[in-house]
Write a protein that binds this ligand. Structure first.
Ligand SMILES: Nc1nc2c(ncn2[C@@H]2O[C@H](COP(=O)(O)OP(=O)(O)OP(=O)(O)O)[C@@H](O)[C@H]2O)c(=O)[nH]1
Ligand SMILES: [Mg+2]
Length: 440
């Protein structure tokens, strides 16, 4: 197990310790200096750094970890001073990502994030080497650093291109799903909130659930169990604070599944203390809200089995003050509490508000069409002589498409009542034209 010393400008190092724990790194010493902002040149004050260096003279450790974000100049200064490897918070997170990335997409995204993360540090080493300070990044020599920097830039561009392709493919898949009447619900939230556990419950899936941070790095999409309609649920990478926007962007092709869902369930761990609940929810909302436009979002407080009713009331009032008008539901995934209300809320996305009354000739084609429509609509029918009379409840977005299919199937009569969108709209008779094959 690697041994680390930890430097922090706050007393709270709990999250950093769990990150290091996840990485299998043991913290042997912690040094704190309560500062409002890190020191410009040396992160902790220069006097404190001198003191730490003296104290550590006899200590054996592999790496020094900084509980914050290092500027390239601070990083350079500290590595030169201690002659040890220094990693900051985004660096630690990236290492966890590297270890947990298994799919091709996750590996490409992590590599890109790493290349982007390293670039300012490399520039600093090149700059220092050119100004004669010292040769090269990780003692590789100025020339080697220069070459590596150029290579890294080309590599990053190649990965970006590959990821854009993947993103296009995802867009096509999403469009197809939508066309086939599927709705997508995504699980978002801070790492370890219980997203994968909830996916497993809702979909009877078996995604990895673990008390480590960032167990999940790629997206898993499964069908919601027990629903009449076609609803898919996606579980994906969790959020964490202080992740530079460049790194979040590197994960865009995975996160798109969250951003473009019909309904986003934003999970938080309701068993944590007030400060953690607030800061983790704020982080999640900061990442999500600018990217989801006006999509539906429901905030879900998980792990209520770990708190009593009084605490639950307090948590609700804290959270409501942060989330404003967004809905809030409280659940316990492990005890299956509140899951019925959650399922009902999920069901609303398929809002079957449009109603069609139709008459079709009794034929295999008509019956086949009605049975395919059942996947995404509520359909009731009765056979009267040689005619099938059916009532179809569907999403108003699907109305045009379904009318096209009914017309192509030779509908004798179609009456629509598309709620407020097409008030009183009436359509009768047969016309030609179709929008292609339904729900195949
Ligand atoms: N007590 C309790 N524990 C829960 C509940 N839901 C999840 N957990 C636990 O919380 C931990 C994290 O669960 P995960 O489902 O892996 O969390 P996640 O949000 O997917 O985490 P990452 O993939 O790492 O971002 C696990 O140890 C779960 O067993 C719950 O309702 N109650
Ligand atoms: Mg997970």
């Amino acid at each position: 197990m690697k041994k680390a010393v930890l430097l922090s400008i706050t007393d709270d190092t709990t999250e950093m310790r769990s990150l290091l724990d996840t990485l299998g790194v043991q913290v042997i010493r912690e040094f704190h200096q309560n500062l409002r902002h890190p020191h410009k040149a040396s992160f902790l004050g220069p006097g404190k750094i001198e003191g730490i260096q003296k104290e550590l003279e006899e200590s054996e450790f592999d790496v020094a970890v900084v509980n914050g974000i290092l500027r390239p100049s601070q990083h350079h200064y500290l590595e030169m001073k201690f002659q040890k490897e220094f990693i900051d918070r985004p660096g630690v997170i990236l290492r966890i990502f590297s270890e947990h990335a298994h799919t091709q997409e996750a590996i490409a995204q992590v590599t890109l994030a790493k290349l982007r993360y390293e670039q300012p540090f490399l520039r600093e080493w090149i700059h220092k080497a050119k100004s004669g300070d010292r040769p090269g990044f990780l003692a590789g020599g100025a020339y080697a650093t220069d070459v590596y920097y150029e290579h890294a830039k080309t590599h990053a561009r190649r990965i970006e291109k590959g990821l854009r392709e993947l993103s296009k493919q995802r867009e096509i898949t999403r469009a197809k799903r939508r066309e086939q009447g599927y709705s997508l619900v995504s699980l978002a939230g801070y790492t370890n909130a219980g997203k994968s556990a909830l996916l497993n419950r809702l979909c009877e899936a078996s995604v990895e659930v673990d008390d480590r941070l960032f167990s999940t790095l790629s997206t898993t999409t499964r069908r919601l169990k027990g629903s009449r309609a076609n609803i898919l649920v996606s579980d994906t990478v969790g959020f964490i604070r202080d992740l530079p926007p460049d790194l979040i962007d590197a994960f865009n092709s995975t996160l798109e599944e969250v951003f473009y869902a019909d309904l986003i369930l934003l999970l938080f761990d309701s068993s944590e203390n007030d400060d953690l609940i607030k800061s983790k929810l704020r982080t999640s909302l900061e990442i999500l809200l600018p990217r989801i436009e006006r999509r539906s979002l429901v905030v879900v407080g998980n792990k209520t089995d770990l708190i009593d009713d009084e605490r639950k009331k307090k948590v609700i009032s804290i959270v409501e003050s942060i989330i404003g008008s967004y809905e809030l539901l409280m659940i316990s995934t492990v005890r299956e509490k509140g899951l019925d209300a959650l399922r009902t809320r999920i069901g609303l996305i398929q809002n079957l508000s449009a109603v069609l009354s139709v008459e079709l000739p009794l034929s295999d084609g008509s019956m086949g069409l009605l049975s395919r429509l059942r996947a995404s609509c509520d359909v009731s029918e009765e056979v009267v002589g040689t005619i099938v009379k059916a009532t179809i409840r569907c999403r108003s977005d699907d109305l045009g498409k379904i009318i096209g299919w009914l017309e192509a199937a030779g509908a004798l009569k179609i009456i629509t009542n598309d709620g407020p969108r097409a008030e009183g709209a009436q359509r009768t008779g047969i016309s030609n034209g179709s929008e292609g094959a339904p729900l195949t």
